[in-house]
Design a protein around this ligand. Structure first.
Ligand code: NDP
Ligand code: ZN
Length: 189
């Protein structure tokens, strides 16, 4: 790390701490694809998209992205996130966390409804999350998802992305590009 400045070192070590936390929380979970990919690959992909495509450099936003599914899908609590990573990260994670007490259909409806009112940082996590998920859906779809179900998912994700209202953001463009490419290659037909 001799060539890194102090800020970069801080970001790397905080992000590694968040990666370790997320890896431990998601340790028994797999993605829904036929290979049963380790779940942690997904938050890593979301952070990579934010950093590489979205050019996000704010370390707390990247940390929140690494943790974005921990409260929704594991036993992690908001208090635990705040204790380890602070209130900013906790609030951002909770902004992108669905209420699991609601039905799946209602949660999906609320994601569309709430998207315009998210903070800018939460919108960027949403854009990266949807981009990562449609990429997985195209390359390694959930087992048993027939064409119509994949198309329905892409239509829904597209609505959430559009309602974020960041049409010129590089992650919105990347999302649209990946979906258009898959449609052209008939991977979504
Ligand atoms: P889910 O919400 O159950 O699954 C999609 C989510 O799975 C993604 O958002 C992602 O979430 C995660 N995921 C894990 N592995 C993958 C992968 N390999 N590729 C992509 N995503 C992955 O499914 P639906 O979106 O279909 O929502 C369920 C709704 O669909 C219900 O309302 C139900 O009634 C309806 N339904 C529709 C059917 C149809 O044929 N259209 C059939 C059955 C149900 P994360 O980022 O959080 O990991
Ligand atoms: Zn996710």
């Amino acid at each position: 790390m001799r060539n890194m400045n102090l800020d970069t070192c801080f970001t790397v070590s905080t992000l590694l701490r968040a990666t370790t936390f997320a890896a431990e929380k998601h340790r028994s979970q797999k993605r829904k694809d036929v290979l049963g990919t380790p779940y942690i690959n997904h938050p890593i992909a979301v952070v990579s998209l934010m950093a590489e495509v979205g050019e996000v450099r704010h370390d707390k936003d990247l940390v929140a992205a690494m943790l974005h599914d921990t409260v929704e899908d594991t036993d992690a609590t908001p208090e635990e996130i705040e204790r380890h990573f602070g209130k900013y990260v906790r609030d951002l994670v909770m902004e992108v966390t669905d209420d699991k007490k609601l039905s799946k259909a209602e949660r999906k409806r609320l994601q569309i409804e709430h998207a315009p009112y998210l903070t800018p940082a939460a919108k960027v996590i949403k854009l990266a999350d949807k981009t990562a998920n449609v990429t997985d859906l195209i390359a390694s779809p959930p087992v048993g998802w027939e064409r119509q179900r994949r198309l329905d998912y892409v239509d829904w994700a597209n609505k959430v992305v559009d309602r974020c209202g960041l049409s010129e953001h590089p992650l919105t463009r990347e999302f649209k590009r990946r979906v258009a490419e898959a449609r052209a290659a008939q991977s979504l037909r």
